[in-house]
Design a protein. Structure first.
Length: 157
């Protein structure tokens, strides 16, 4: 019988990223912007690593700019978090992404990652059905439902 060999296990730490849920109203429809990831071409939100000296909300705005050329107003309070797998080459790293809402103002004609990603505006519920992560889909749906409720709420003069 072969002797058991104690193989050291690599400890993979969980990664933490910050994402932007970019939204707009278009002809009465609440839409969300999704982009492709660079390596796997999955549909995701613009997201990236925390940046020294920047708040999480400012980081979310910066990622929306770099990945999709989006300029907008970011909300300082996160919408929620979701778990995903961050792929870096051959490495699959468990990751948690904190999501911030960013109201669309405009899209630049040129931006850092323009040739590396596809940007797509979809009705929020369709965007939720397109992303792979169930917890992200739930964040999108809940945010859209809240936006529709707010839009239909009576306004005081």
């Amino acid at each position: 019988m072969a002797e058991a060999v104690d193989v050291p296990k690599k400890r993979a730490r969980n990664a933490f990223q910050i994402g932007a849920l970019v939204y707009r109203w278009n002809a009465g429809e609440f839409e969300v912007l999704i982009v492709t990831s660079r390596e796997t071409r999955r549909w995701i939100l613009p997201k990236g690593w925390p940046m020294a000296g920047k708040t999480a909300a400012a980081t979310a705005a910066r990622e929306a700019d770099e990945e999709a050329g989006i300029i907008g107003h970011v909300v300082k309070k996160p919408l929620g978090r979701f778990a995903t797998i961050k792929r870096i080459g051959e490495t699959a790293l468990p990751s948690e992404v904190e999501v911030y809402a960013l109201q669309f103002i405009k899209q630049k004609q040129k931006w850092k990652e323009r040739g590396e990603r596809i940007c797509l505006w979809l009705p929020a519920m369709e965007a939720a059905n397109t992303v792979a992560e169930p917890d992200l889909a739930a964040i999108i749906r809940a945010f859209a439902e809240e936006a529709y409720r707010a839009e239909k709420a009576p306004r005081s003069a």
